[in-house]
Design a protein around this ligand. Structure first.
Ligand SMILES: Cc1ncc(COP(=O)(O)O)c(C=O)c1O
Length: 482
């Protein structure tokens, strides 16, 4: 008699994991959990103060202890409670604020987003962290999702998933150097930001971020586009500096690194021709074009800023992170590194990798193009800012700019002290924002456009208007001794 354990069975067409995720029991349990969270989340819709004096007191104590443990104060007294609703985030004292900086660009879809939570719950049976040696299906699917969305004009064919923007940039630099050896140096734009590792802090154009650190002399800077000089004036300056570096150190430069829209540097961008004329010279000298899209990814009105600016056929290496919820470096076949150059224990958590793929899929749903949600809400910010700067805040807003979901406003004369004063007032009024630029300094917003409507934009702009007016009034009453 045949051992029943070895009886022939139909070949399985499903893994245990996909059977679990497709099962009624799992789906029911997940939907129930999502409903419970959604109900709690609705309780934090709308700006409010601390829930009680008791909570406010324990919050102050928790902040004090945390700052003591860090050995450094927080920028503002912010500690999230662990829940939010769309553009609103709850703090650990039960107060609720509009989150217009979203962890410096992580939460484009706002807080407690049901679709992203669903993706995270689907990772509950997988290993918490995945590594390079034994990747899960999530890594493969995420990489495919990214590579399948670069245009046919682009030459990006391969990629690597990793944990944060700096790590993606490290990989980008290494694969470029390996390909371009013996050239090692990088040309970067003034005011750029690349991260804070030993190599990236040298590319990042901010001496304050590398105090006491060694400089290996690997980066040379060229000026970025300056609106006041116009296209030709800017090109004259930039190309002159670029040619100068290339002639001074022939064969030493491996890459031109750029943020197509500068993030930390103040949301600066240029007309397409500025980039292409600079790329032409760089390419002729054999430099790789490396676009750091860590902050711009998903945000400018196309998935990549190189698509928005029509630069797909120029870029050799591209890095993305922040709202991706993971990080990636994409590259052309010729930059595929030799074995051993790129590896590492962690690729990411199974939850973040699943969420990452879902972010890309959600962005496909009406976010891109001139009529897409990003441009629509960006235009709403713009019309509010135009009205305020020409009306109640005339003379109190030096400048403002918007590139898709990157909104920056220069209040008053744009000193760090004044901008901080406005940010703190704004925080008290119920909006969390941050700053960017190296002078003038601007208020920086990376809003959760995936969870906002026109009404939210109007409310945030009204609170910003009030914050600027309040700080201006306080300054003038101090000036008059009132
Ligand atoms: C343009 C750019 N590059 C690199 C980084 C570094 O990324 P991460 O902080 O994820 O390491 C950032 C972060 O702000 C960035 O904006």
């Amino acid at each position: 008699m045949q051992n029943p354990q070895h009886a022939p069975t139909a070949p399985a067409t499903m893994t245990e994991a996909s059977r679990l995720l497709g099962s009624d029991e799992f789906t029911r349990a997940r939907d129930q959990l999502l409903q419970v969270v959604e109900a709690a989340s609705r309780g934090v819709a709308g700006v409010r103060g601390p829930r009680s004096d008791v909570l406010a007191q324990s919050y102050r104590e928790a902040l004090r202890q945390f700052q003591k443990d860090r050995g450094r104060d927080l920028f503002f007294p912010f500690m999230a409670s662990g829940i939010g609703h769309g553009p609103w985030v709850e703090l650990a004292d039960g107060s609720v604020k509009y989150d217009m900086i979203t962890g410096i660009g992580i939460n484009f879809f706002g807080h407690t987003h049901p679709e992203l939570m669903r993706a995270a719950i689907d990772a509950s049976a997988a290993d918490i962290y995945q590594g390079n040696l034994e990747p899960g299906v999530e890594v493969a699917e995420l990489l495919r999702a990214l590579l399948s969305r670069v245009d046919s004009g682009s030459r990006l064919r391969n990629g690597w998933i990793t944990t944060c923007g700096t790590m993606a940039n490290e990989i980008a630099l290494k694969i470029i150097r390996q390909k371009k050896t013996p050239a090692t140096r990088v040309i970067a734009f003034r005011d750029c930001f690349a991260g804070r590792s030993t190599a990236m802090q040298e590319i990042t154009d901010n001496p304050k971020y590398r105090e006491g650190q060694p400089l290996y002399g690997e980066t040379a800077y060229i000026p970025f586009y300056m609106p006041k000089l116009g296209l030709q004036g800017s090109l004259d300056l930039t190309l002159c500096a670029l040619e100068d570096h290339l002639q001074r150190y022939p064969g030493k430069f491996a890459a031109l690194m750029l943020e197509i829209v500068q993030g930390e540097g103040g949301f600066n961008s240029a007309p397409r021709e500025f980039y292409t004329r600079v790329f032409e010279v760089a390419k002729r000298a054999g430099l790789a074009i490396w676009a750091d899209e860590i902050q711009t990814f998903g945000r400018t009105g196309e998935l990549f800023a190189f698509q928005k600016f029509g630069l797909g056929d120029w870029v050799d290496v591209v890095t993305a992170a922040k709202m991706l919820h993971a990080s990636a470096v994409l590259f052309t076949e010729e930059f595929n590194p030799k074995p051993g150059l790129v590896a590492g224990t962690f690729t990411g958590t199974s939850a973040s990798l699943r969420v990452s793929k879902r972010v890309i899929e959600l962005l496909d749903q009406g976010y891109y193009g001139a009529d897409g949600r990003i441009e629509r809400l960006s235009a709403r910010f713009a019309s509010n800012l135009e009205r305020i700067s020409g009306g109640s805040c005339r003379g109190l807003i030096g400048d403002w700019r918007n590139v898709g979901g990157m909104i920056a406003v220069q209040p008053l004369s744009g000193t760090l002290e004044e901008v901080k004063a406005v940010l703190m007032r704004l925080f008290d009024l119920g909006v969390v924002a941050f700053y960017c630029g190296h002078g003038p300094i601007l208020i920086r917003m990376l809003p959760p456009l995936g969870a906002m409507n026109e009404g939210h934009v109007d409310e945030v702009c009204a609170l910003l208007e009030r914050a600027i007016l309040d700080v201006a009034a306080a300054r003038s009453s101090k000036g008059t001794g009132a």
